[in-house]
Design a protein around this ligand. Sequence first.
Ligand SMILES: NC(=O)c1ccc[n+]([C@@H]2O[C@H](COP(=O)([O-])OP(=O)(O)OC[C@H]3O[C@@H](n4cnc5c(N)ncnc54)[C@H](OP(=O)(O)O)[C@@H]3O)[C@@H](O)[C@H]2O)c1
Length: 341
Amino acid sequence: MTESFRVMQIGFGSLGRHISSTILKRENLELVSVVDANPDLVGKSIKVLLQSEVASEISLTDDLKGALKNVPADVALVATSSSIKTVFPTIEACLESGLDVVSICEELSFPYQKSPSIAKNLDQIAKKYGKTVVGTGINPGYLMDLLPIVLTGPCQTVNTIHVTRHMNSSHRRPSFQKKIGTGMTKEEFRKNIDEGRITGHVGLVESIQMIDAALNLGLDEIEELPPEAIIAKKRVTNSFTTIGKGDVLGLKSVGVGRKNGMQIVTLDFQAYAEASPQYDEVIIDGIPKMHQRIEGGVQGDQGTIGMLLNLIPIVINEEPGLKTMKDLPVPRNTSRFWKEN
Ligand SMILES: NC(=O)c1ccc[n+]([C@@H]2O[C@H](COP(=O)([O-])OP(=O)(O)OC[C@H]3O[C@@H](n4cnc5c(N)ncnc54)[C@H](OP(=O)(O)O)[C@@H]3O)[C@@H](O)[C@H]2O)c1
């Protein structure tokens, strides 16, 4: 008999609500509880919050411990924060309650260098309870790390890796447009970035660290350059805001990995309103040379949800511990995978 995977979802923000509605449409997944800290949402019906036709009797709760105790689930999806320190207690509680965990927390995608003690702790807790935890997403988690790693498969030698994402951020969720400074003046952008009030893109360093570890590159320096504002040459209006001429459309963030002063890995992330053309591109200089370009780019929010949900059967069948995307079986669409009894 086939059975669906029971999913607890934690985080019902800009992306979280799309995660819920996608789960509700996916036959091999059953949404059993939704947890979020936002007091405006607590107690409200998911069906009403999503304005959805899909049948769901779930009401949103802020009581994680209660949901873990009272509603049996196989896996927890965590979409609350980019900071590993912030998501740690949530993930710890889920592992201790016997759930596998998949999170889109960017810092969890490769946490060993920035947060070694949290990484060690998570690995130990996961092993103690026989469960698996992994950080994934579209980026970090796929386009700028796992994909270039896999593309080196046929290469006899690899000299340099250059990855570019060029995306029209007007198609992304509001929280994304906000964190890349859309609509701010140049001065506000700089101040907000400097004071950490907006993060810009998070994860370039983790992506380079994953590539370095996967290919044994032996990089001696990994650096993220300060994000640069991309400025509007004319007034632009999108569904998020109106951006005046001279104000900020979005940003360019570059991460580099060097060895003996040579730039080996370059990740060039550009996200701004009305960027055109959109594409994701990997160029590997080696033997043979590899040049792969996804025309139109991968829609980041859809791709993130796809990565997250597709990992559920993979993580449930994985050996216990903290894993990264380079450690897991080949990612794939798993919408036709069912729970084994
Ligand atoms: N890896 C990737 O490729 C990828 C892709 C997309 C997004 N992300 C990341 O995923 C995260 C979620 O994105 P988003 O746009 O949905 O963010 P968001 O709109 O800020 O939503 C986060 C939600 O989580 C809630 N929350 C915060 N801490 C919580 C906790 N401890 N327990 C329960 N709920 C909590 C927040 O409530 P309050 O508002 O009350 O705080 C908010 O409703 C972000 O950190 C984003 O950067 C990663």
